[in-house]
Ligand binder design. Structure first.
Ligand code: PGA
Length: 251
């Protein structure tokens, strides 16, 4: 059985006190969620230490939203993978479309970041997905494949055990426009095949593939019912504990 995962991506939202309260609310409500669902909160860097304390010893895992592409040293303003593990991170999101779009995140940098993260013992949630123009030109399969080949094909089948892919169509992020369950399933199945082509069917079958893009309690059930959708990477709806837990109750 593949792992079901519901991960909240807080992005650049909440102050530290608000973030702590949100983490505590998620922990308080997490008992309602079936034990086989892995809950993750990905918080801003400033929040990781106190939110890590809030989730310590609970079933809620801590994630960063990004990490540096260098191990340590004179890289002003960057946060290393060792810093992340030192505050209790188990995961980091990498390659979110907002980082690709606004901060020049390239596949080359993502290879380095993934390498460093895995070496430090972090699990990686790698985001892939097409923008609206690419979807309309029916290039979404090619775009996702290229992103996976450029980054993940540099790793081993063993590494893949610590990697989760999040398919996030850019046109569905924060827009209220969700991919239909069928649209999402079609590409999730394709992504699994791209993974199988390089690493074999067993690795691909065991890998969790999350959907992201305006996922909420009202549409999560339909999405999670699909054979190749193993959970969600949740933005806006992760900022309310009730909505986040509501999504996790949708399996
Ligand atoms: P959204 O964001 O749920 O607000 O659309 C998802 C994401 O970007 O991870």
């Amino acid at each position: 059985m593949r792992k079901h995962i519901v991960a909240g991506n807080w992005k650049m939202n909440t102050t530290v006190p608000e973030g702590i309260a949100l983490a505590e609310a998620v922990v308080a409500k997490s008992a309602e969620v079936p034990a086989d669902v892995q809950l993750i909160i990905a918080t801003p860097f400033t929040h990781l230490y106190p939110c890590g304390k809030a989730v310590e010893g609970t079933r809620v895992a801590l994630s960063a939203e990004n990490c540096a592409d260098k191990a340590k040293g004179a890289y002003t303003g960057e946060i290393s993978v060792d810093m992340l593990t030192s505050v209790g991170c188990e995961y980091t999101i990498l390659g979110h479309s907002e980082r690709r779009q606004y901060y020049g995140e390239t596949d080359e940098k993502l290879v380095e970041k993934t390498r460093l993260a895995l070496a430090a013992g972090l699990k990686v949630i790698l985001c892939v997905g097409e923008n609206l123009e690419e979807r309309e030109a029916e290039k979404h399969f090619d775009v996702c494949k290229t992103q996976i080949v450029n980054v993940l094909y540099n790793f081993t089948a063993e590494d893949m055990k610590n990697i989760v892919i999040a398919y996030e169509p850019v046109w569905a992020i924060g827009t209220g426009k969700t991919a239909t369950a069928e649209q999402a399933e079609e590409i999730h199945a394709f992504i699994r095949k791209v993974v199988a082509d390089k690493f074999g069917a067993e690795v691909a079958d065991e890998m969790s593939i999350l959907y992201g893009g305006s996922c909420k309690p009202s549409n999560a059930k339909e999405l999670f019912a699909m054979a190749d959708i193993d959970g969600g990477l949740i933005g806006g709806a992760a900022l309310k504990a009730d909505d986040f837990i509501g999504i996790a109750l949708s399996f």
